[in-house]
Design a protein around this ligand. Structure first.
Ligand SMILES: [Zn+2]
Length: 77
């Protein structure tokens, strides 16, 4: 059951966001590890810029936007 969910909704290895499977990219490394990226932006940050995903502030912005969207839905009721 859990594997099915993971296949449909991979979680970005960089920003930890879940995304729909047709989107984003999946990268299989030579050592057998699989990295999922929701966008080329995340891939570049992880692989080229070697950024620490805890220190990248646009990830926090993304989660803030989601929170605000959820809150505005609640307030419309
Ligand atoms: Zn991402």
């Amino acid at each position: 059951m859990e594997e099915e969910v993971l296949l449909k909704m991979p979680r970005c290895s960089f920003c930890k966001k879940n995304y729909e499977f047709p989107l984003g990219l999946t990268l299989v490394l030579n050592d057998g590890n699989i990295l999922y990226f929701c966008s080329s932006k995340c891939r570049k940050n992880q692989l080229k810029l070697k950024r620490d995903n805890k220190k990248v502030n646009w990830i926090r912005k993304d989660s803030t936007i989601e929170q605000e969207a959820a809150e505005s839905k609640d307030s419309k009721k």
